[in-house]
Design a protein around this ligand. Structure first.
Ligand code: SF4
Ligand code: SF4
Length: 221
């Protein structure tokens, strides 16, 4: 699984960094590296572009996983002096990376602003580099056991629980101009293949979206 990111337009990044001069770049060595938005190459590209605009790059780090506070604590210890002389951090990671950095900096460098150079798209299944697909949205109440392993939340354009809807034509979905397969036809075909049409005819309640709401946490201890 990879959190899929794409590059923000450079002008937008410049706008965010307005007023800052000395920049530390934190570029994720995991998902963002896979998406070619971060990693060593992404960081080098960004550093060069910023330098051309007159910014001073204090330091560049490529942590293994920016979203892991333990990794960030360790890596920030190594660049503490640079952080003392940094106007802003530019993160090349998913949004989780920024949250992780802000939390990690809380004690020692709470006033350094943290900006992001990417847009976080979705958590994706990887077919190969450059081909990523949203197949789960982390709804918190997984239905895959009833749908032949095909997620109706992400595969049906309307996240319907009892499809297909009237917008299906010849197996294609009306949303997006009949280019994509209807998720519920895919589920139907799969359940038929598995001999589980009993699951297809089962009536499901509407999704309780409160399960996938804000500020969700999983805490073991
Ligand atoms: S139903 Fe779909 S969105 Fe929800 S957890 Fe399962 S795969 Fe993910
Ligand atoms: S046509 Fe199929 S995929 Fe599209 S919204 Fe209707 S049920 Fe969902």
């Amino acid at each position: 699984m990879t959190i899929i990111t794409t590059k923000k337009p450079f002008e937008e990044v410049l706008g965010a960094l307005k007023g800052a001069k000395k920049i530390t770049i934190v570029s994720c060595g995991s998902c963002a590296a896979m998406c070619q938005t971060g990693g060593t190459e992404g960081a080098e590209e960004m550093a060069k572009k910023l330098e051309e605009q007159g910014f001073q790059i204090k330091t560049v780090i490529v942590p293994e996983e920016v979203c892991d506070n333990r990794v960030m604590l360790k890596d920030f210890r190594k660049i503490d002096e640079d952080l003392n002389d940094t106007d802003a951090i530019l993160t090349l990671s998913c949004g989780l990376g920024v949250a992780s950095i802000v939390q990690t900096l809380e004690k020692k460098h709470p006033t350094i602003p943290v900006f992001i150079g990417t847009n976080t798209e979705f958590m994706g299944m990887t077919e190969r580099i450059g081909r990523f697909y949203m197949r789960c949205r982390g709804c918190g109440d997984c239905l895959l056991n009833e749908t032949g392993g095909i997620c109706p939340i992400t595969t049906c354009a309307k996240s319907l629980m009892n499809g297909p809807c009237g917008g299906m034509v010849k197996g294609k979905c009306e949303v997006g101009g009949y280019e994509k397969d209807c998720g519920w036809i895919l589920i139907y075909e799969r359940l038929k293949q598995l001999g589980r049409m009993d699951l297809f005819t089962k009536l499901r309640d509407p999704v309780d979206w409160s399960e996938s709401g804000h500020q969700r946490e999983v805490i073991w201890r």
